[in-house]
Design a protein around this ligand. Structure first.
Ligand code: GRG
Length: 305
C-alpha cells in the first residue's frame, strides 16, 4: 500500500484554516460584554496572518511522535491549545508594535491596524487581554500537569523581558544606532526568534517529546528563528506594501539597523541560505518525521510576504 503525503502548500493552508477555527472557538464571542474589547480582540487575531507559528507547533508535534505514528486525540487537542496560545501572543505583540508609541503603523495583514480600526486605548487593552488568554489556554492543555507547567514557563519566558518584550525594548532603543552583527543577532533572537523557538519547542513538549528529540528541535528552532528575521529584513527592501500587507521600507524609513543595512542584500541572502541548511541539518536525527519542519524552514526562507 502506498501512502500519499499531502503537498506542503495544501498542508499549510489546511493548518492555517484549522487554527483559525480553533482561535475562533477559544476567543470570547463579540456579543459578550465588553463588546468593543471582544470585537477588537477578534479583529486582531482572526482573518489574517500566515500562521507560521501555529504551523511550527503542529509540525514539531508530528515530528516528535515519529514517522507513521498518529496523534492521540488528547495530543491533537494539546497542539490546538499550544498553537492558539502562540498565535494569541503573536497577535498581541503586533497590535502593541503598531501603536503610535512604537511603530505607529496604519496597515497590518492588509487591513487597518487595530488602533486605526478602533482606538488606541481599545487596541492596548485588546493586546493586554490576548496575553492572559494565551496562558489560560495553555493551563487547560489536556496533558500531564508537569508538561503543562513546562509549556507555561516556556511561553512566559519567551514572551517576557528576556525574550520578545526585551527584544522589542532593545529595538526601540536601537533606532538610529549602529549595531554590530552580534548585537543585532541578540536583539532579533529575543524579539522574533524567542517566540518562533517557543512554537517549535511547545509542539514537542505538549506531545511528550524525549530529550534527544527536544535537542534536535532546539537546534532547528534557533536556525529558523534567525532565518525568519533575516528574510523579514530582506523583504522590507525587496517586496512591496500590497504583497506584504504591511508598510514596506519601514525599517529604512525609521533608520532601524537590519541585516540588510549591516551586510547588504546579497550577503544577507547568503546568511539566509546557510541558516536554512543549518535547520535541515538539525532535523537529521529526527528522520522522516521531521519532513514538515524541513518544508517550513524552506517556506520561511523563500516566502514573499
Ligand atoms: C510589542 C512586546 C511587543 C513586541 C513586539 C514581534 C514584534 C515584537 C513586533 C513585530 C514587528 C515586526 C514586523 C517584526 C519583524 C518580524 C515579524 C514578527 C513579523 C510579523 O510576523 P509574521 O510575518 O506575521 O509571521 P503574520 O501577519 O503572518 O502573522
Amino acid at each position: 500500500m502506498s501512502i500519499t503525503i499531502q503537498p506542503f502548500s495544501d498542508w499549510l493552508k489546511a493548518t492555517a484554516a484549522h487554527v483559525e477555527n480553533v482561535l475562533d472557538e477559544f476567543l470570547p464571542e463579540a456579543d459578550i460584554e465588553p463588546v468593543r474589547l471582544h470585537e477588537a480582540m477578534r479583529y486582531s487575531v482572526l482573518g489574517g496572518g500566515k500562521r507560521v507559528r501555529a504551523a511550527l507547533v503542529y509540525a514539531a508535534g508530528e515530528a516528535s511522535i515519529g514517522a507513521g505514528q498518529s496523534l492521540s486525540s488528547a495530543q491533537a487537542k494539546a497542539l490546538d491549545h499550544a498553537s492558539a496560545a502562540v498565535e494569541l501572543i503573536h497577535a498581541y505583540s503586533l497590535v502593541h508594535d503598531d501603536l503610535p508609541c512604537m511603530d505607529n503603523d496604519d496597515l497590518r495583514r492588509g487591513r487597518p491596524t487595530t488602533h486605526r480600526q478602533f482606538d488606541e486605548a481599545t487596541a492596548m487593552l485588546a493586546g493586554d487581554a490576548l496575553q492572559p488568554l494565551a496562558f489560560e489556554l495553555l493551563a487547560q492543555t489536556p496533558v500531564a500537569p508537569a508538561l503543562v507547567i513546562q509549556a507555561i514557563e516556556l511561553l512566559a519566558r519567551s514572551a517576557g523581558s528576556l525574550g520578545m518584550a526585551g527584544g522589542q525594548a532593545i529595538d526601540c532603543l536601537a533606532v538610529g544606532q549602529a549595531l554590530s552583527q552580534a548585537e543585532l543577532q541578540v536583539m532579533h533572537s529575543m524579539k522574533t526568534g524567542a517566540m518562533l523557538q517557543a512554537s517549535v519547542l511547545l509542539g514537542g513538549i505538549v506531545v511528550g517529546a524525549g530529550s534527544a528529540t527536544r535537542e534536535g528541535l532546539e537546534r532547528y528552532a534557533s536556525a529558523v528563528g534567525l532565518a525568519f528575521q533575516v528574510a523579514d529584513d530582506i523583504l522590507d527592501v525587496t517586496a512591496n506594501t500590497a504583497v506584504l500587507g504591511k508598510t514596506a521600507g519601514k525599517d529604512l524609513q525609521n533608520n532601524k539597523p537590519t541585516y540588510v543595512s549591516l551586510l547588504g542584500v546579497d550577503p544577507a541572502r547568503e546568511l539566509l541560505e546557510s541558516l536554512r541548511q543549518e535547520a535541515h541539518a538539525a532535523l537529521l536525527p529526527l528522520g522522516p518525521a521531521g519532513h514538515r519542519l524541513g518544508d517550513l524552514a524552506d517556506y520561511i526562507v523563500g516566502r514573499d510576504h
